[in-house]
Design a protein around this ligand. Sequence first.
Ligand SMILES: C=C(O[C@@H]1C=C(C(=O)O)C=C[C@H]1O)C(=O)O
Length: 266
Amino acid sequence: FCNCRAPLSDPDSLLDDITLDTLRDSLTRQEDSIVFSLIERAKYPYNAPTYDPSYLGDSLNRSLVEVFVRETEAVQAKAGRYQNPEELPFFPQGLPLSLVPPYNFSQILYPVAASVNVSRTIWDMYFNDLLPSFTSEGDDGNYGQTSASDLVCLQLLSRRIHYGRFVAEVKFRDAPNDYTPAIRVQDKDTLTQLVTSASVEEMVQKRVKKKAMVFAQNVTLESKCGVNDTEAVYKVDPMVAYQLYKDWVIPLTKVVEIEYLLRRLD
Ligand SMILES: C=C(O[C@@H]1C=C(C(=O)O)C=C[C@H]1O)C(=O)O
């Protein structure tokens, strides 16, 4: 929705275009990208030197992947990536200014609440929990390609999880009277109940697993190539995608929703 040029004269009209359904459509589409990003990363083995802070031997003791992410974010900041409120850098400190003229992105987030950020948690989850669960052991020397694949996964996960800010804003606007008392007393439990849709969560988890089964199987002309094919060899275990959403993506999206709402009346 941020790609449409918004009429400057009528800020309220921006909101009419954004509904819970359009946000959920975007989250559904983002699943495709996330599943594919895992498949792309799984082309390479774990490649431990990419993550070893002593490997580069520089004075800052940064791993290759951290240097890669910082430098790529600097280039992307210059190219205007972070003008879009959907995009958050992992290392915002000291990023260069954008070289491109400003674009009129929709600004629907409540400014104080928009700063909710779980990038550090996503970073730690990705490297400590997710990556070891779907990469093969080994080292093929492709550390630059590995870093590039990691960055794509991280950016997609961050965008998806921080989408919780937009979801929370729309849920709040749809029912301000339901949310306001809980926000006033900063009641996280009630806010969690209000934002939670168990049926949507279950559907999302199952759909992601199915997407992984479809996208990650080897397609050959000989096989029937159906998702129920017991002979199927998956490039990424569909259960990894399922567990990623169940244990991390959905819970962190909800953390973002709740932290956003807690600041929504500041
Ligand atoms: C994102 C939403 O809010 C919550 C989080 C969900 C998710 O991360 O997929 C799904 C349902 C809700 O419990 C939503 O309602 O769509």
